[in-house]
Write a protein that binds this ligand. Sequence first.
Ligand SMILES: [Zn+2]
Length: 480
Amino acid sequence: MKKALSKKNLWDKTPLWLKSTLGRGLGLIPPAWLLGKSFRANCEFVRDAQWWAVERAQAYQINKLREILKLAYENTEYYRRMFDSAGFHPGDLQTLDDINQLPTIDKNVVIENLSDMCAKNVTAADVDYVSTGGTSGTPLHFYLNANRSSGEYAYLTTSWERIGYELGVSMAVLRGRTVQPDRNGFRREYDPILRHHYYSSFHMSDENMARYLEHIATIGPCFLHVYPSTIAALTRFVLRSRINVPRNVQGIIAESEIVYPEQRQMVAEVFGCRYFSCYGQSEKVALAAGCEKSNDYHVWPTYGLFELLDDNDNPVNTPGQRGEIVGTGFINTVMPFIRYRTGDWATYVGDRCQACAREHTIIRDIRGHRTQEILIAADGSAIPWAALNMHDDTFIHVRQFQFMQETPGQAILRIVPADGFTQEDAGRIHRNLGRKLDGQLTFTIERVDAIPLSARGKAIYVDQRIQQESRVPLDSAGDI
Ligand SMILES: [Zn+2]
């Protein structure tokens, strides 16, 4: 299906030279206006909803849940079969607990039932095709509403506001974007509307990191938007080279990978500001963020129905107990995810934050597939795995994949091909990954029958055989 051109998509696709021309005029207009009316309405709703009493949030959830269950039942073949065999009708839902009458689903269910899970009442223009590495090294493909961006972005920016972020404040972004060098070999691009400065997280050599920090110091009050592994690398560089950190950094927003407490503390101390993180997934079933005072994750009740389930599928509601994050998303009406197991685990803290008084489910120590696996570039710098996770059709005919590396700058990409894999797929993988890697790392493709999991049953995206001091230990995440 074709990617629909929603406002944000369209902006993302605009060539940079055009953006900077447009931006010269548009830079004077507040970004919230340029992101559109629906974005502003979403922000207003989200800002208010975070303070709702639990009763009001639950009433909202019941309504949303009824809507999504009804939609799934009436418009998808998969859920109609599932509800019927469970003897459940959407009209039966009286309380939130009634959702327990339905089974949970996981990534394999989505892989096997992709077309049957899509709502029949939508057109291609309303839909985006999304792809993610997912939890077990098997690429996951699914569909999302093309117009979801403004809703999603409202939740994120409202979360970031808790540490003082405001739309329009400069943001230094190091998150896997391919950034071309300028005449002086400096890898930075600028989006004048969002006021984002993009630096290449693929070129984290000491020399480049010094230039990034030097430039960040000149952009005025700003926030850093990073992968946890990227900011850890930057911080290690600061410590190693004893250079000064830019004093204009107001806060660090680190997302998309596991946040290790020791790293959070190290980074916050070195930069002298808050290290804030949000938790979410490409499937968009649950979203959680820290607050003004606490780094524990506050689960947004209006984003989806959140459940934490133990090994026997019972709800976890004892503080200190761990469970798997299971969610029913309210945003995706194109392909509903109902009771979807994320493969991520967390510790239950309570149903209210003592520090800010928001009546949200509070969790901490989220662990799962967002590991910090890295590849080593030719110049010795680290390329985080998360930066290579392609959110498009690159791996469409690939069942499983894994990098194996023995030499800096070189790797073997092992692939378990799916039906329909041809030479064309190999070419596309080379092209798309090659564009991201930009000569920092070359790789050959090797077809294999299977890729073994780790001793703990986790997928290993990078079979890293180079011993490096700066590497984050793979399994330091704990025993999940
Ligand atoms: Zn709080």
